[in-house]
Ligand binder design. Sequence first.
Ligand code: MRU
Length: 347
Amino acid sequence: MAKSFPLKDPVAPVRWTGSLLKVLDQRLLPHKVVYLNCSTPEDVARATKSMALRGAPLIGCAAAYAMALAARRGGFRGMEAAAPKLLRARPTAVNLAHAVSHMLAKGRQAVGIRNFADMMSQAAGRYYALDLQANRDMAVLGASLLKKRNCRVMTYCNAGALATSGLGTAVGVIRYAHHLGKVERVYCCETRPYLQGSRLTLWEFMKAGVPATLITDNAAAHLIKSGAVDAVFVGSDRIAANGDVCNKIGTYGVALAAKRDRVPFYAVAPISTIDPRCPSGSRIPIEERSSAEVLKVGSCRIAPRGARAAHFAFDVTPRDLVGAIVTERGIIKPVNRRSIKRILHAI
Ligand code: MRU
């Protein structure tokens, strides 16, 4: 059970009723708070694919609940049938595969037991609770990386409560550091084209009372170079066995600027984001989404009719640009194959 923690979340990204997963539709934030009712694993897969729910750890938690819905409908066979449908929803965030295989393992152990569906529901709840506790542990560890008061930090995309079971990864670190007086201001990059930074991260910081300034993505390098940023904290969708960090498209550029100007660049991610089977970043599948999302801002078309666009959703920051990776088991520093292996085996 999660210990008490001084910071509260603005809103729950999902709610589990035991037979239904209520999913906050993040496409409508910050203007409307609407929950979608997902009663089948297919509903959860659709909500994930359409980005009604998003963020690597949350995608994993929702998949765990989707497996519990599958268990209620069709027992262990139902879970086996649901797994590939969920895995196809989004390719980059490895937390999805982590949650599905975790639930399959729990299901396999419980085949034939009465109340199988209730057991799977409880297993999904525990998966969710463990993610929340991991976020709290990362917040405390990550804040220790800031050695002085009143730092100005930068973050990219949304690695907050809305991307996890609560609190967030990078946002959790920044909120906790602000609570300790170590953060004076956070710069949020808007994160084209889905605008996770302006719609979601800024909203979370404003609700939490953390002074936050929105910048365009292409202002990040300028701000770093001008000396206005003491550290960068980002989340991750998958970390390869050699320490390469995959995150939202544009993260790599921020990391390059940070390295050039000697600003520490940190990734914050639970152990479930590390993929030991992926040897390096070049093997991480990069999701390509519809070009329509780039040709428009929201529902407003910007580019000329007939224009073509490419939409890469993620990029990979090579490990030599990453000052440290904060996990719930400890801080990985320096970031290399050996230190990643060590944390994976530390229980
Ligand atoms: O496409 P999204 O919105 O799912 O991408 C989210 C990110 O890239 C986050 O930074 C990442 O999942 C870490 S969330 C704690």
